[in-house]
Design a protein around this ligand. Structure first.
Ligand code: BDP
Length: 658
C-alpha cells in the first residue's frame, strides 16, 4: 500500500480529518486489483483500519468482509458502481481512477455507506475535466506578488523564483483535491512572464516533480504557456501559428514535455488578452492559434485549454457602443466547428469578469460543435478576497444549469465538457486563508463531478466531512453563516447586476467610479437621472441579442428582464419600479442596509459557536468577520452616499446616509 500523505504539522486537514474515516476504518475491507492507484486506495484503507481497528485484505480473504473495493479492468475510467446487499457494500470500477473516487464516495457517505441495502448505483463524472488553475507566479511579481489574486498566503509550488520543494504538502493537497473530485491542476499563472515561460522548456523538471506528487491521486498536471514561446524561448523570428518552423517548435517542445511528464495534461493559454500575445498579431484567428498548439499535443493525448477571455482592454470609455460583454461571443461564435478535437474553449461563466452577479455567458450556448470548459473563480477576487464569507456554490450551480432545464428538458445551451476554477489555495495553514472558503473549493470539485447537484447538499457534505463530530448546533450554525453568504455579499456591494464599483487594481473594497472613466470597459453610467448599461438590441449595445431565444427576448425587455440583472441589461431611471414594488433607488438603499445587518448577524452566529470550534480556526474566522463587517459598512456608506448625491432622492425610511 502507498502510505497516505499526511498534512504537515500545523496544517488543517480540511475535509479529510482522520475522524471522517472512522466508519470505513472500523470495517473488514477487501481491496482487489492492481496498479498504482489501487496502491493508493489500499494505503487509504490500511491507514484508516490501523487507526480505528478494522482490517484490510488484498485480493483474497478467508473471512467475510463488509466492504469490497474492486478494480475489474484497466480502461482508465473514472466511473464506479456501488451497491449494498446482505450486509456487504461493493464498489466496482473498470478504471483505477474510478476505484479511487469510489473510495472517497464511501468516506463521504460515512456510516450510511454501511447501513441500508440498496441496488446498483452508477456514478460517473458529469464533466470529464475538473481542473484548478493556479494563478501562481514562479517569481514574485512586482504588482501581483507570488500568486496573482491569491488570498491564501504564498504559492504551494513556487517561492521567489524557485520550486518550493515541499512535496509532502503537495501530496496532501493532491489527496484533498481527489477527495472532492478534481482531476487536474495547472501550476502557473495564465499571465506568463519570462520566468514562468521557461517551465515549458529548461525548467520542465520542476513541473515533473509536481506531477509525481499529484499522480498517486489521479490529478494530472497542466501548464500555462505563452503564445510567444517560439520566440521568447526558441529564438524564432515569429510565433505565427501557420508558420512551419513555429509548428515544428511546438511539436518538439511537447515531445520534451512528455518525455519528462508522460501523463502531462496539456496547455492553458491566455492569448490576445490584457497584453498577452496571440494570433491576432499575425492576422490569424483564435482557431488557428489553438489548433497549432493542439497539433503539437495531439500525438501525446494532451489538451489545449484556450481561454475565451479576449477583449479590448484599451477601449474608449466615451464610446457607448463598444461593449466588453459582447467581446467573447463576437470573437468566438463565428469560429464554431473550426477547433481541433483536443481544444477546449475555456469560457468565463459570465461575459465580464467574475462579478458577484452576471448573466451566464452567451458563449456557453453558441458553439455546439466546440468542446467547452466553464471557468469560475474560486479565488474570491471580486467576492471579498477571502476576508468576507462568500460561498459561491449557488452562483456556480446557476451557471452550470443555465439553459438545460425546462418543462420539456433542455431548452438552449450545450453541455460543457469541463469545469475549471481559478484556485483559492496557497501555503496558508487553512489552505484558503479564510477557513470557510474551503467550502468553495470543495464545491467546485463536486459540481464538476455532478453539475446538477443541489448546492445545499454539497454544503452539507462539506460540513459533515470537515466537522465529523459536529453537534447539531454547530452544523446548523455553519450552514446559517455559509448558505446565504453570497446573497448577503451581493446585497452590500454593487446592486442589481451592475458589477464592479471596486477599487481599481487590487479590486478590494468600494470605489463607485473607480473604473468609470478608464479604458477597461466596466461602466455603470450613473448620472442624476438613472443608472445601468443599455445592452438591449433596440437601443443599446445589442449584447442581449447574443442569446438564443427565449433568453434574448427575456433580457431585451424591461418587462421581463429579471430584476437581479436589471442594471446589467438596462439603463433605468431611479424611480423605475421593481417587481417587489420598490423603486430602484429605494431597493439600492434597502439592500445595502440589509446586507450589513445580515453580515453582522452571521458574525454573531459565528461568535456563539466559539465553544464548539477549535481555537485557531474560530479566531481566524472571527478576525475575518471583523474585517467583513468593516468592509460591508464601507460599501453601504459609499454606495448609498454616492446614489443619494447623484439622484437627490432621499431614503424613504429616513435612515442616515452620509
Ligand atoms: C481578471 C483578473 C486578472 C486576470 C484576468 C484573467 O483581475 O488578474 O489575469 O482576470 O482571467 O479578473 O486572465
Amino acid at each position: 500500500p502507498l502510505p497516505v500523505p499526511t498534512v504537515p504539522e500545523g496544517v488543517d486537514p480540511a475535509w479529510l480529518p482522520d475522524e471522517a474515516f472512522r466508519p470505513l476504518g472500523t470495517r473488514r475491507v477487501l481491496v482487489r486489483g492492481s496498479g498504482p492507484l489501487v496502491e493508493t486506495v489500499h494505503g487509504e484503507v490500511a491507514a484508516a483500519c490501523a487507526r480505528f481497528g478494522g482490517r484490510v485484505e488484498r485480493d483474497a480473504s478467508p473471512e467475510p468482509y463488509d466492504l469490497l473495493l474492486e478494480l475489474t479492468g484497466d480502461d482508465g475510467g473514472e466511473a464506479f458502481t456501488c451497491e449494498r446487499r446482505a450486509g456487504l457494500t461493493t464498489v466496482t470500477a473498470t478504471g483505477a481512477p474510478g476505484l479511487l473516487y469510489g473510495l472517497f464516495h464511501v468516506v463521504r457517505r460515512g456510516p450510511a455507506a454501511f447501513a441500508e441495502d440498496h441496488g446498483l448505483q452508477c456514478h460517473r463524472p458529469g464533466l470529464a475535466l475538473r481542473m484548478l488553475d493556479h494563478w501562481d507566479n514562479v517569481a514574485v511579481h512586482p504588482v501581483m506578488g507570488q500568486v496573482e489574486r491569491g488570498y491564501a498566503g504564498g504559492s504551494l509550488f513556487w517561492d521567489d523564483g524557485r520550486a518550493r520543494g515541499d512535496l509532502a504538502r503537495i501530496r496532501a493537497y493532491a489527496r484533498l483535491l481527489a477527495a472532492c473530485g478534481i482531476n487536474a491542476v495547472s501550476v502557473n499563472n495564465v499571465n506568463v512572464h519570462a520566468v514562468e515561460a521557461r517551465l515549458l522548456t529548461d525548467r520542465i523538471d520542476e513541473v515533473a516533480a509536481l506531477a509525481d506528487a499529484f499522480r498517486p491521486y489521479g490529478v494530472r498536471t497542466h501548464l500555462s504557456v505563452t503564445f510567444a514561446a517560439p520566440m521568447v524561448l526558441g529564438g524564432l523570428p515569429t510565433a505565427d501559428p501557420l508558420d512551419a518552423s513555429v509548428r515544428a517548435w511546438w511539436a518538439a517542445a511537447a515531445e520534451r514535455v512528455y518525455a519528462a511528464v508522460p501523463d502531462f495534461g496539456g496547455f492553458v493559454v491566455k492569448a490576445d488578452s490584457e497584453g498577452q500575445p496571440g494570433p491576432f498579431g499575425y492576422g490569424r484567428s483564435h482557431a488557428d492559434g489553438a489548433n497549432a498548439l493542439a497539433a503539437a499535443l495531439a500525438p501525446h493525448g494532451g489538451t489545449v485549454c484556450w481561454r475565451a477571455f479576449v477583449y479590448d482592454h484599451r477601449q474608449d470609455w466615451r464610446d457607448r457602443t463598444t461593449d466588453r460583454a459582447r467581446a467573447a461571443h463576437d470573437q468566438f461564435a463565428p469560429l464554431d466547428g473550426e477547433f481541433a478535437d483536443n481544444v477546449l474553449l475555456q469560457v468565463k461563466h459570465g461575459p465580464m469578469d467574475f462579478q458577484v452577479r452576471e448573466p451566464v455567458s452567451p458563449v456557453l450556448g453558441a458553439l455546439p460543435r466546440t468542446r467547452l470548459a466553464v471557468e469560475v473563480q474560486a479565488t474570491q477576487e471580486y467576492t471579498g478576497q477571502q476576508r468576507h464569507v462568500c460561498w459561491l456554490g449557488p452562483m456556480w450551480s446557476e451557471a452550470l444549469r443555465f439553459g438545460h432545464e425546462g418543462p420539456a428538458g433542455p431548452v438552449v445551451g450545450q453541455r460543457a465538457s469541463a469545469l475549471v476554477a481559478v484556485a483559492n489555495t496557497g501555503d496558508d495553514p487553512f489552505w484558503t486563508g479564510h477557513p470557510l472558503a474551503q467550502a468553495n473549493l470543495y464545491t467546485v470539485g463536486r459540481l464538476g463531478w455532478q453539475p446538477d447537484a443541489e448546492p445545499a447538499e454539497l454544503l452539507d457534505e462539506w460540513l459533515a466531512l470537515t466537522f465529523p463530530a459536529a453537534p447539531r448546533r454547530l452544523a446548523d450554525g455553519l450552514r446559517a453563516v455559509l448558505s446565504g453568504s453570497w446573497r448577503t455579499y451581493e446585497k452590500y456591494t454593487a446592486p442589481l447586476g451592475v458589477g464592479f464599483m471596486v477599487q481599481p487594481g487590487h479590486h478590494y473594497g468600494p470605489n463607485v467610479d473607480g473604473y468609470e472613466y478608464s479604458p477597461w470597459g466596466t461602466y455603470h453610467f450613473a448620472d442624476r437621472d438613472g443608472v445601468g448599461v443599455d445592452r438591449s438590441a433596440a437601443t443599446g449595445t445589442g449584447y442581449a441579442a447574443q442569446y438564443p431565444e427565449p433568453w434574448a427576448r427575456v433580457y431585451e425587455s424591461l418587462d421581463t428582464c429579471p430584476d437581479e440583472l436589471l442594471l446589467f441589461f438596462h439603463h433605468v431611471p431611479y424611480g423605475h419600479v421593481l417587481r417587489d414594488g420598490r423603486t430602484v433607488i429605494q431597493h439600492l438603499y434597502d439592500t445595502r442596509f440589509e446586507g450589513v445587518a445580515e453580515a453582522a448577524e452571521a458574525a454573531e452566529v459565528w461568535a456563539s459557536l466559539a465553544p464548539l470550534v477549535d481555537g485557531a480556526r474560530h479566531r481566524r474566522v472571527a478576525e475575518r468577520y471583523e474585517e467583513q463587517l468593516r468592509g460591508a459598512r464601507e460599501w453601504c456608506d459609499q454606495v448609498n452616499s454616492y446614489f443619494l448625491r447623484k439622484s437627490g432622492v432621499p431614503d424613504e425610511r429616513g435612515r442616515r446616509i452620509y
